[in-house]
Design a protein around this ligand. Sequence first.
Ligand SMILES: CSC[C@H]1O[C@H](OP(=O)(O)O)[C@H](O)[C@@H]1O
Length: 385
Amino acid sequence: MADQYARPSDAAALSAVSPLRWEEPPEGPVIVLLDQRRLPAEEVELVCTDVPALVDAIQTLAVRGAPLLGVAGAYGVALAAVRGFDVEEAAEMLARARPTAVNLAYGVARVRDAHRAAVRKGGGDGRAAAAAALAEARAVHREDAEASARMAEHGVALLEELLPGGGYRILTHCNTGALVSGGQGTAFAVAGALHGAGRLRRLWVDETRPLLQGARLTAYEAARAGMAYTVLTDSAAGSLFAAGEVDAVLVGADRIAADGSVANKVGSYPLAVLARYHHIPFVVVAPSTTVDLGSEGGADIEVEQRPGHEVTEIPVPPQAAGAGTGAGVPVAPLGAQAYNPAFDITPPELMTAIVTENGVVSPVTKAGLAELCDRSRSGNGMMSI
Ligand SMILES: CSC[C@H]1O[C@H](OP(=O)(O)O)[C@H](O)[C@@H]1O
């Protein structure tokens, strides 16, 4: 079950608001989510008291973005453990909630395995196993925040190496800021670090149809940060490249295959082709938890297909984008068919680099990516569910 609590849309309060937190009110532990479907017009918090409510929030993009899905999945398994729900069943439900972002399965497996180990060790002491599950979920959350800060450092250093001096006009797609992370995000964290150093001349923000994560969420985060930013339709990006107005493209990722193929928000692949044609750096920024060494190449990545009404209807607030209710205003003839993949696949040969918390791989090769991941996984290897 999820209750909703509206908050004043106060900019000062916003800066302190996290997209997800664990709380332990007297009536029992809950996961509190900032409902990203309602942003930027309203700050509404969803209070999830059980796993089905969290699964629904994930599937309707109230909570979204690969790294944060890993954190949400981790806390979802911990919620099951602490509230005495079936942990194995909860792990299965959560891992299947969205198929492409590998972080979700990773976060779920981390906490599920910690719980299993504690059960084996504790001989059925449920409280000890629940405490171990919550501790592991907090570790997943903390590690993602730490990874975000390190990605920002590596990303800035890479841009300074690629494009020495001056300020940068960065084009980004979808939303990759604090709303998708335990920290300040992935690609947007690099833009934020550039902004903090006075090196961000302009942030070009693709609106990112159909759910408008760019126009709604990246613009919201850029405004809060005081960045110079401009929203554009996805189809206008080409003319910006042609006009020489883009210095680099920074995007996130939902799953990176072993060969470096990247699944990211639909529209990323065309940007990579444009960047290659115009000789502009195309850089993917993602934590190592987004790399799935079990997927050999792009063909192994399941691309989530979403409901057609997200394309054929314009969402009507307060049922904002991603509500999944079909409560929008039709823009296509009723009954129109729609093609609505949530992601597309960019091959490694179109990328300049992949930036992770452990460093940069450029050019993007299978060996280079594996080496980067091995360095990061000495403590917490990728676990599949
Ligand atoms: C850096 S994770 C953000 C990543 O997730 C977005 O997808 P969605 O909004 O459907 O969760 C998009 O692919 C972003 O690049």
